[in-house]
Design a protein around this ligand. Sequence first.
Ligand code: SR1
Ligand code: MG
Length: 424
Amino acid sequence: MNDNKKCNINKVKESVGSGRFDKYFLMDEKDVLEYVKEKLDFFEDTSNLECKEIGDGNLNYVFKIVDAKSNKSMILKHSSEDTRAKSGRKLNTDRNILECKILQLYNKYCPQFAPEIYMYDEVMNCYAMEDLSKYTIMRTALLQNKTFSHFADNITTFMVNTLLPTTDVVLNHKQKKQLVKRHINPDLCDISEQLVFTDPFGNFSGENIVLDLMKEFVQENLYDDVKLRLEAAKLKFNFMNNAQALLHGDLHTGSIFINEDDIKVIDPEFAFYGPIGYDVGNVIANLFLAWGHGYAAIENQEERLGYLSSIEKCIIDIVNMFKNKFIEKFRKEVADLLAETEGFDDWYLEGVLEDTAGSVGLEIIRRIVGDAKVLDITSIKEEEKRVEIEKILILTGKEFIINRSHHKTGEKFIETLKKYSKCS
Ligand code: SR1
Ligand code: MG
């Protein structure tokens, strides 16, 4: 792999044509075609280009541009001021450039699991990157009951390699503070603070979406549970104030492309300096949601048990591999004189694991009761089954939040899940 090539991305070239792209506007497929022809050198021949909008996320527009003759292709990601979902929020459009710069950083720290970036444009708020058509979005693959034995190894390498080098353990502290300043990201953090850390514990904004058959359960087990709300409040203030590492910030299975060989991590627009456990917890939580889908939707018992046990193994491996790789890299790269003290590495990791367990619980719960739902749950057709799994996951998630200091091994996470599910 040519890492230098991947890191040296360019700003888009100055306007030579109509000047249409000198001032930001929200582009559609036709505009993007014109834009690519006028501004990019990627295609040798632009006479057969086709463009299609393929985004399915909540916030941005994703265009695939193909040269129908040679089949050469690329992706252009573009942000608007509004979210695509009907939230009424206004967001800063330069989040797209921030995202692109984070992807550049991934190309430096973990090039094998980052998409190649070709160029970015600070005026039109877009960037061009490698077309990942040889990959599938991991959530989609999981919904087809596919599992991947390389995932735990890949994602733990990605997290350790991209998170640890941005901490005070490794980085010069003044340099790290510059990075904290550059990645404040208030608009996107505000979304997480509301959707992940606040609404699930009281529907304060009135935007939660709860099945009728779940309303009583949610009221009693989430909204009226003061002990739970206290723990969620502690995690929320940790999220807002613990500038530990430069996070991805939204590392769910919809932000990961996967195939039989490896993964590519995309969409780090929620990136900011926060607690490492938030990223690790998001990955694990979304595997619990996939587990929930398998539990409720796979009819054939043998197939169901096979799927569930491979997701369980994946969760166990992620926690345990993360711990080993984290400690190994910590000991190799620690640069702070006091952080070299014997025992500090284990203390630091303990804190990360506690935040991880809390974040697993938060993400599971918000995806069930909040308004940013996931297909793992919403695609379960039989309502009775959906209600059953929603209850199991909420109770499991609560325990991850309240007893987060007891969840320090992968096996313990699965033990808690088994306490609430009759798995057969
Ligand atoms: C309004 S954005 C809703 C959700 O989509 C993103 O992927 C984040 O997870 C966010 O919470
Ligand atoms: Mg996203």
